[in-house]
Structure formats: structure tokens, C-alpha cells
Design a protein around this ligand. Structure first.
Ligand SMILES: *Cc1c(COP(=O)(O)O)cnc(C)c1O
Length: 374
């Protein structure tokens, strides 16, 4: 074993159960985009459904179609489309389509005609995020066009939705403004005759901290994988979550070097005294952040250590001082933390990023090994 990402599917099921506990009467969507934040999309989607997630969410249509090809049923919503995307395949595969603009509605109408099926669409309002979604001044036109397409039997507007900018900062003034803007958008659409099955706005931090944002459905991404979306406020354990990924590698070599020896490209680190160095055979090609050079933590032989020198494409070096290790010894880069190992959040801090990015970027060269598959 050079390196592997162990994915605890019992933890995924536990986290979905915890999210359901927080969500009250709202249904739960497990967001499995980006290969389930690096955890493996199909296996995590199955585990999430086993624990009662009645919806799956993906960013791009290829992800949703892959879920269907793998045999997953139930509702799937996909929200990030470009012109020319496989709208007809999505309609054929019973994938719900998010529509933020008229061009996308036209594509969905064409797909409905081509397949002879009624497309399920969720109209997305930009309530302040400033990213995807329809601006308030374009909302009336989008709603009217969607109702027209509904009257023609081409689409069914099954969802009204939006997304927060700052749900991870409770009390941020944008939160109340976005909620009010969303209520306005929903009220307008419903008064015009839209009858949505689900209205939804909450991502993981809103699901965990903002009950008034739950509406009919919550979209749980990071929380599904047991990582805290609000690390400055709560640990995963405080939120009832359990990190699902443990990233492990095997020591590739161990050697003694004299004082003053430089390590890795650029010699940004030198041994202060004679020292023992362990080579860990993972690098930025595997998703280890280069920004964590001389900062990333690991557990070797039961001891916390810090990597020294630059993270290279395929490897980095850990200084063991006068400690010892053998080639083949296990190195834990991160995990739940209950065996003393660092967490994804520790790596995020070492690299100046967020834990979302740490887990999602673990590369395809690292095999995923599933624990608790059923
Ligand atoms: C990624 C994403 C989510 C999930 O966000 P988390 O913070 O990981 O829960 C929800 N909704 C949309 C639109 C997203 O893009």
C-alpha cells in the first residue's frame, strides 16, 4: 500500500442520520458532487440513501448520469449547466434540472419535446450570493416562461430554490436579507400559479445552525462526510458528526542525515542537528497541498510530526528527530482524530485553506477503500 483513502460508510450513514435529526420535517439531499467531496460518489450516495437521504445532489449532469448508470434511483437534482449539455439524457434519466435563466429553460423544453417526457425543473433565485440563479428583476419573466412551458406539458416546476453566501457566519446580515428575498421569490411564483414539491435553501451550515432556512428540503454536502462546515464554532463531534475519510500512506524510506542537511526542492528546510528523516510517498499530485510545506501534520508510530521542506509532486519528508520508523510503517495524514491523528481541518489550517478543499482534492491516484459497505 503506497497510499489509500479509507472511507467509513458507517460514518456517512451516521452523519445523514444526524442531519435528519437536525432537519426536522424537511427531507435531506446528500450532495455528492465532485466524487462526493473526494470520498467516492457512488458508494457514498448508496450509503446516504440507506440512511434516509431521499434526494441526491450533483453540480454537473455527467455526475447525475453516472449515478443513474450505477443503478441509483430516487430523486437527483443537478444545478450547473452550460449550453449544449446533455439535457435530453437528463430528462430521459429522470434527473431534476435547475433552471436559472431563459436559455436553460429553452434547452429543457427542447429536451422534453425530443424525449416525449415532462421535464422536472427547479427554478433558482439569486437571493444575494451573486453566483448562479436568477436576479429578482428577471424572476417574473422566468416564472412566466416556466408556467407557459408547464401549460404546454413540457415541464413541471417541482422546486424553487436558492443558495446562501454566508451561512457559515451566524448573524451575518446577508442571511436575513437572503431569507427575505427567497420568501419574496417563492411568494411571487406561488401567487402566479407555481406549485412546487420542494422549496430549499439550506447547505450544511444552514442545516446545522439555521432552522428557519430548512423549508421542505436541506442540501447536506460537507456534513455528510462528517467534517465541520463551521470549524471556528464547532468540532464535528459537537455537531454529532463523524469524519468519514482517513488518508493513510506507507513510509517509503528512512535515513539518518547530518546536521545542516537540506530537504526537498529549494532547500527551504535544513536539519538543525543530526536527524532521522522518513519519506512519505504522496505529494501534490495526490492532492496534498503544496501550501502545507513545512507545516502539514502526520501521525507516525503513534507520534504527531510535521512535514519538513516543500511538498513535491509525489512525496514529502517528515523529520523524526531521534525517533525511529521502518519502511512500510503506516503514516496517517488525517482522519477522525480519535487516535491522535490530525484531521482534515488541521491540514486546512496548515495550508491556509478550508477542509472542503483538503478532502475534495485527494487525487484519483489514491485508491478509495470502503469500510462498512452493504
Ligand atoms: C455544494 C453545494 C451544496 C452543499 O454545500 P455544503 O456547504 O457542502 O453543505 C449545497 N447547494 C449547492 C447549490 C451547492 O453547490
Amino acid at each position: 500500500m503506497r497510499a489509500e483513502a479509507r472511507i467509513d460508510l458507517d460514518a456517512v450513514r451516521h452523519n445523514i442520520a444526524a442531519v435528519r435529526g437536525r432537519a426536522g420535517s424537511a427531507e435531506v439531499m446528500a450532495v455528492v458532487k465532485a466524487d462526493a467531496y473526494g470520498h467516492g460518489m457512488v458508494a457514498c450516495a448508496r450509503a446516504a440513501q440507506q440512511a434516509g437521504a431521499s434526494w441526491l445532489g450533483t453540480a454537473i449532469p455527467g455526475e447525475a448520469l453516472r449515478l443513474r448508470r450505477a443503478g441509483l434511483d430516487g430523486r437527483i437534482l443537478t444545478w450547473l449547466w452550460v449550453p449544449g449539455d446533455p439535457f435530453a439524457e437528463a430528462v430521459e434519466a429522470d434527473v431534476d434540472i435547475s433552471v436559472s435563466a431563459l436559455w436553460a429553460l429553452r434547452e429543457v423544453e427542447d429536451a422534453a419535446r425530443a424525449t416525449g417526457r415532462t421535464a422536472r425543473v427547479h427554478l433558482k433565485a439569486d437571493t444575494g450570493l451573486g453566483r448562479n440563479g436568477c436576479q429578482p428583476h428577471d424572476w417574473a419573466a422566468l416564472v412566466e416562461s416556466a408556467l407557459k412551458a408547464e401549460a404546454d406539458g413540457l415541464v413541471q416546476v417541482v422546486g424553487l430554490w436558492s443558495h446562501f453566501a454566508c451561512a457559515d457566519e451566524p448573524g451575518h446580515p446577508s442571511i436575513a436579507l437572503q431569507l427575505a428575498a427567497f420568501r419574496d421569490a417563492v411568494d411571487y411564483a406561488e401567487q402566479r400559479g407555481v406549485t412546487p414539491e420542494v422549496r430549499h435553501m439550506a447547505n450544511s451550515p444552514a442545516t446545522l445552525l439555521l432552522p428557519e432556512s430548512h423549508f421542505d428540503l436541506v442540501r447536506s454536502g460537507l456534513a455528510t462526510y462528517g467534517v465541520s462546515p463551521v470549524p471556528d464554532l464547532h468540532t464535528p463531534a459537537e455537531l454529532g458528526l463523524r469524519p468519514a475519510m482517513t488518508l493513510a500512506a506507507s513510509v517509503a524510506s528512512v535515513k539518518r542525515v547530518p546536521a545542516g542537511h537540506g530537504v526537498s526542492y529549494g532547500h527551504t528546510w535544513h536539519a538543525e542537528a543530526e536527524s532521522t528523516l522518513a519519506l512519505v510517498p504522496v505529494g501534490y499530485a495526490d492532492g496534498i497541498p503544496r501550501h502545507a510545506s513545512s507545516a502539514g501534520p502526520v501521525l507516525i508510530g503513534g507520534q504527531r510530526r510535521t512535514l519538513v521542506g516543500r511538498v513535491a509532486m509525489d512525496q514529502f519528508v517528515v523529520d523524526l528527530g531521534d525517533g525511529t520508523a521502518e519502511p512500510g510503517d503506516e503514516v496517517i495524514l488525517f482522519g477522525p482524530g480519535d487516535r491522535g491523528e490530525p484531521t482534515a481541518e488541521d491540514w486546512a489550517q496548515a495550508a491556509g485553506t478550508i477542509a472542503y478543499e483538503v478532502v475534495t482534492r485527494i487525487g484519483s491516484r489514491v485508491p478509495r477503500v470502503y469500510l462498512g459497505a452493504r
